[in-house]
Design a protein around this ligand. Structure first.
Ligand SMILES: [Zn+2]
Ligand SMILES: [Zn+2]
Length: 124
């Protein structure tokens, strides 16, 4: 599979029971349908996101991103909890692409929310 952002080869990376693709050049991550949601819940999964977030930011600005599986344009999405995270999704195969550093960022939010919920409960 070719990286939808920089056209370099992507390599298979496995974590727990999941297998995803990571770009060998820009280190962006490709998740098949809902894999990113599942992996977000697993502790240690942020280790798959090895890229430099500064490098990822450059690729964030790319406007037209084609799905590496379906070869149709992907749609830009904003995470509703963290609007600074832009990712691309394909409306046909529901695959998702995160630039380097974005998955790590996406995952940190769930930890913060977890603590926020914890304190909210204590105050009651
Ligand atoms: Zn790439
Ligand atoms: Zn697709």
């Amino acid at each position: 599979m070719q990286c939808p952002k920089c056209n370099s080869d992507m390599e298979k990376v496995s974590f727990a029971a999941y297998e995803l693709d990571r770009c060998t050049a820009c280190k962006g991550l490709w998740f098949d349908m809902l894999q990113h949601e599942d992996l977000k819940k697993i502790s240690g999964s942020e280790t798959i996101d090895i890229g430099d977030p500064e490098e990822g930011k450059k690729y964030n600005e790319k406007l037209t991103v084609m799905c590496p599986k379906c070869h149709i344009p992907m749609v830009k999405m904003v995470d509703h909890n963290q609007p600074h995270i832009w990712y691309e999704t394909c409306h046909t195969c529901f695959g998702v692409f995160f630039d380097a550093g974005e998955f790590r960022d996406y995952k940190e939010d769930s930890m913060l929310d977890y603590f926020k919920d914890l304190f909210a409960k204590e105050r009651k």
